[in-house]
Design a protein around this ligand. Structure first.
Ligand code: ADP
Ligand code: ZN
Ligand code: ZN
Length: 670
């Protein structure tokens, strides 16, 4: 009895999570073998974690009798906006302040309240039935393929079903989401829409807001504390009918969840790569199962796991094989760098194509997945390259900032002018986006250029400004990194040039080729979204590589079928299950010793523990890194093993200065 303490305050009169969300969190803590406290913390906005109440009284206004009188018999003819407000309330009935603010200003609300024409409604629909909800009409007629997809998903409303919406880039997947969501929430439900990165897709959010007005809440980690809390509450009390969010929104409390959409389901950002290492895509499917609602996974380049799930009959596939209207899939061509001379990383065929498309009035995208000016600062006298002192890596030259930066640990220093060894002048070798920008500005001085990478969009909202310059047509050339792949819809882009397709062709990670194929198809998909025919040039020193050939001539499905066969033969996921035990310390022997002991603890007939093996970058930020790879035939075997093994490792206790973590279903075996 002594242990019981009196409660000092009751913060919430109802549970913070609905039942399904709570189960999901418990399940995730078990599955990913992560402390439940941290799992809860990941799911809640900071202000609620700190003890804020989950509920605010929703501000609802209704027409008072004086207002009704005023409508019939106007006393003040100079207030048309006021009368419009009264007419709106007479028509719509009690409305939330959020709904009203879409049409009326706060000052108009205050003025009407001051005249007692409108009054706060006592009723709250926080836990009762939500009001019916209608979407604005769509501007387009569905294609047959879209209509079939909408019908297929709608037919599964009210029960669990997983659908892969496999639609080529620009095929109108978003329109399918909008229509199915309208159906799903028409009689009171809520929809959850997960997207990879909100900052990079302002268009998508705008489209949802246009269609659904005030019912949309946006939830992501870039929001300020209060905004995030308010969005979370709006989801929790049912005021938000559609929640659009990044990864952690999969844990949003949605008491009337009716449909989940995961857009660009192949995107790596759904997997949290540190701390609580969960996959929001996988949890979305699980959540749909628990909540008994359908889930739609959309992509032009589905992950191999998802395609395997279709093959095995667990997911159904809905296809959008073509772009609607006049837009056609772009033509793709490989440019052999062994046969064509390059000027600053740009081949002759690429330069000619850029010229041609600019003259024809199109916009051009240049993709290079490496920011900075040059990846190497090199002495051609003695072979010295500027290294990072804390990592097994070179430092990247950032010319405008006049710094050398390590992209792995963030270290930076001044740019040396001469070689650290022999005092010879140094050369900047290789291309980064900053250098490509410099070259293009020189070669095409009349074409305004925009650059999209982490250096140009550092600040919040920075990406939106760059994207706006492209949308508005002001920028004619767009140079960028991986950020370019995220679903942008630029109607005037007619040419895409991929500068170095080779990164990833020979990488050691078993997923590298899948990622490369997805990147190429996604970047290529930015071309030819409108009437202009799209053209894609892929520069490579290995045009004979079978992956590139198959991808370019036969498309992503053919590539994926081949890649799945390879995975099956090599017994890699999705045909097996992996977990990675990572350890790091400043002392390399300590890491090795710890992992050896841990490996020695593990023994099970149906599980193999491999390693220790050093990470691809064995030293990063002064820490030596290595891992053990756990391989099992299936989920159940892996979980059985981890549940026994991890407590044993915990009981060992980590030596001082050593950090270790477990990653279930790792994205990279590194
Ligand atoms: P995705 O999400 O597959 O990349 P979007 O939904 O963004 O594709 O659609 C690409 C473009 O095609 C958008 O400009 C959209 O308005 C347009 N679109 C979508 N569906 C139709 C349709 N049925 N008819 C005409 N245009 C459409
Ligand atoms: Zn030198
Ligand atoms: Zn470094």
């Amino acid at each position: 009895m002594e242990k019981l303490k009196p409660a000092s305050e009751i913060l919430d009169d109802a549970p913070v999570f609905d039942r399904v969300t709570l189960e999901l969190l418990r399940w995730a803590a078990d599955y990913y073998h992560h402390p439940i406290g941290e799992v809860f913390a990941a799911a809640l906005p900071a202000s609620l974690r700190a003890g804020g109440a989950t509920r605010t009284a929703t501000e609802i206004w209704e027409l008072a009798s004086a207002g009704r009188q005023e409508l019939i018999n106007p006393s003040d003819r100079r207030a048309p906006q006021q009368r419009a407000l009264l007419a709106w309330l007479a028509e719509a009935g009690p409305s939330t302040a959020a709904e009203l603010r879409v049409r009326f200003t706060p000052a108009q609300l205050r003025a009407a309240a001051a005249r007692a024409w409108i009054a706060p409604a006592t009723e709250t629909h926080a836990d009762g039935a939500a009001p019916a909800f209608t979407a604005e009409p769509s501007e387009v007629d569905l294609t047959t393929a879209q209509a079939t997809a909408v019908a297929g998903i709608a037919a599964s409303l009210g029960r669990y079903a997983a659908h892969l919406l496999y639609g080529v880039t620009g095929s109108g997947k978003t329109e399918v989401y909008l229509r199915t969501i309208a159906r799903a929430i028409a009689d009171g439900g809520q929809a959850l829409v997960l997207v990879p990165e909100i900052g990079l897709t302002p268009q998508l959010v705008a489209r949802f807001e246009r269609r659904f007005r005030s019912g949309v809440a946006v939830l992501h980690s870039g929001l300020a504390g209060v905004q995030r809390r308010d969005a979370w509450r709006a989801a929790h009390n049912g005021e938000a009918r559609i929640v659009i969010g990044t990864r952690s929104a999969v844990f949003a409390s949605l008491p009337r969840l009716a449909l989940i959409v995961v857009d660009e389901e192949h995107d790596a950002s759904y997997k949290q790569q540190e701390g609580f290492r969960y996959s929001a895509r996988d949890l979305a499917v699980l959540r749909a199962q628990r909540a008994n609602v359908p889930v739609v996974l959309g992509s032009a380049t589905p992950s191999l796991e998802t395609l395997a799930n279709v093959d095995q009959g667990r997911y159904s596939q809905l296809s959008l094989p073509q772009r609607p209207g006049v837009a056609r899939a772009p033509t793709m061509r490989l440019v052999d760098l062994k046969r064509h001379a390059c000027e600053q990383g740009l081949s002759q065929p690429a330069l000619q194509a850029i010229e041609k498309h600019l003259v024809a009035g199109g916009q051009v995208i240049i993709f290079l997945n490496r920011r900075g000016y040059a990846p190497t600062l090199f002495c051609n006298q003695c072979g010295w390259v500027a290294p990072c002192e804390h990592c097994d890596a070179r430092m990247t030259l950032h010319r405008r900032a006049e710094r050398l930066r390590c992209h792995h640990c963030g270290a930076q220093r001044e740019v040396p002018i001469v070689c650290g060894n022999c005092r010879h002048p140094l050369l900047a070798v290789g291309q980064g986006t900053e250098r490509v920008e410099e070259s293009l500005v020189r070669m095409f001085p009349d074409a305004p250029l925009a650059r999209l990478d982490r250096d140009t969009v550092g600040a919040r909202g920075g990406a939106a400004a760059v994207l706006e310059r492209v949308h508005g047509g002001e920028a004619r050339i767009l140079v960028g990194t991986q950020m370019l792949t995220k679903g942008h819809d630029f109607p005037q882009v007619s040419l895409v040039v991929i500068l170095e397709a080779d990164q990833g062709l020979f990488a050691s990670d078993y997923r590298a080729t899948e990622r490369l194929a997805q990147t190429i198809i996604q970047v290529a998909g930015r071309a030819g979204r409108d009437a202009r025919a799209g053209e894609v040039l892929i520069q490579t020193a290995f045009p004979e590589h079978p992956l590139l050939g198959r991808l370019v001539t036969d498309g992503y499905s053919a590539f994926a079928a081949g890649a799945l066969t390879e995975r099956r033969e090599a017994n890699w996921p999705p045909y097996s299950r992996l977990a990675l035990l990572r350890a790091e310390a400043k002392d390399t022997d300590r890491v090795d010793e710890f992992l050896r002991v841990a490996a020695g603890l593990g023994a099970a007939a149906d599980v193999t523990v491999r390693g220790p093996a050093p990470a691809l970058m064995a030293r990063r930020a002064d820490y030596f890194r290595a891992h053990l790879l756990v391989e099992a035939g299936g989920r159940a075997a892996l979980q059985r093993f981890l549940s026994r093994w991890l407590p044993q490792i915990e009981a060992l206790g980590a030596p001082p200065g050593l950090r270790w973590s477990i990653d279930v279903d790792p994205l990279e075996v590194d």
